[in-house]
Ligand binder design. Structure first.
Ligand SMILES: C[S@@+](CC[C@H](N)C(=O)[O-])C[C@H]1O[C@@H](n2cnc3c(N)ncnc32)[C@H](O)[C@@H]1O
Length: 197
């Protein structure tokens, strides 16, 4: 499904990073290690590399990863791209300073629990998770994301899932986003920034 969506010349979600990431760029420390999960066509991992981070990016779509490699080459950025299924990912404990998870709402509630645990495990103590996604209200807006509200996040859901971390920011808000044709228009968003204790 994602290979088909990405099989166009344009970048479905654009080539600029999510505004969420640029808004919190002060947290992206040069030389730190980062994992970008379900990174797609590379807009976020390339930005992380441009900020001086040492980046591993993974995604299940070979077509998406090929576009990501092209974007990195065009921008002179170095990213270690991997084609992998997130459900098979080896969440090596204490491996990364930063984990970035932007619009990974293909996950069912069951899958989400496993991935959320893995992302926490693979962070080093003091490392940060930057998670950005849609709230259930997004389904009615229809400007991006899955149509199943069970895949969306609420503050209560994220507070529960990441209760073992120090939550530095948890905010629900509506904003107009313009990320290619994939995410375009008024959107019901939610951000989480949390530090591993
Ligand atoms: C909405 S896109 C977001 C891409 C990127 N994070 C961004 O913000 O531009 C969701 C991504 O999840 C990837 N994906 C879907 N199922 C996956 C899986 N089982 N394992 C890894 N990646 C997956 C898709 O290939 C797609 O790139």
């Amino acid at each position: 499904m994602w290979d088909e969506r990405y099989a166009i010349d344009e970048y479905l979600f654009g080539t600029e990073p999510a505004v969420f990431l640029t808004a919190h760029a002060r947290l992206l420390v040069p030389g730190a290690s980062a994992l970008a999960v379900a990174d797609g066509e590379g807009r976020n991992s390339v930005f992380l590399a441009e900020c001086g981070l040492d980046v591993v990016a993974m995604d299940a779509s070979p077509v998406g990863v090929a576009k990501a490699e092209r974007l990195a080459a065009e921008r002179g950025a170095t990213v270690d791209f991997r084609i992998a299924d997130i459900m098979e990912w080896d969440w090596t404990p204490d491996a990364y300073d930063t984990v970035v998870a932007i619009f990974i709402q293909f996950l069912t509630p069951d899958q989400r629990g496993q991935v959320f645990e893995g992302m926490q495990r693979t962070l080093r103590p003091g490392g940060r998770l930057l998670l950005h996604g849609y709230r259930p209200e997004q389904v009615a807006l229809g400007t991006g994301g899955p149509s199943n509200p069970d895949h969306m996040y609420t503050e209560a859901l994220l507070r529960d899932a990441f209760g073992g971390m120090e939550i530095e920011r948890l905010e629900s808000y509506d904003a107009v986003i313009e990320e290619g044709t994939g995410h375009l228009g008024e959107s019901a968003l939610i951000d989480l920034i949390a530090k591993k204790r």
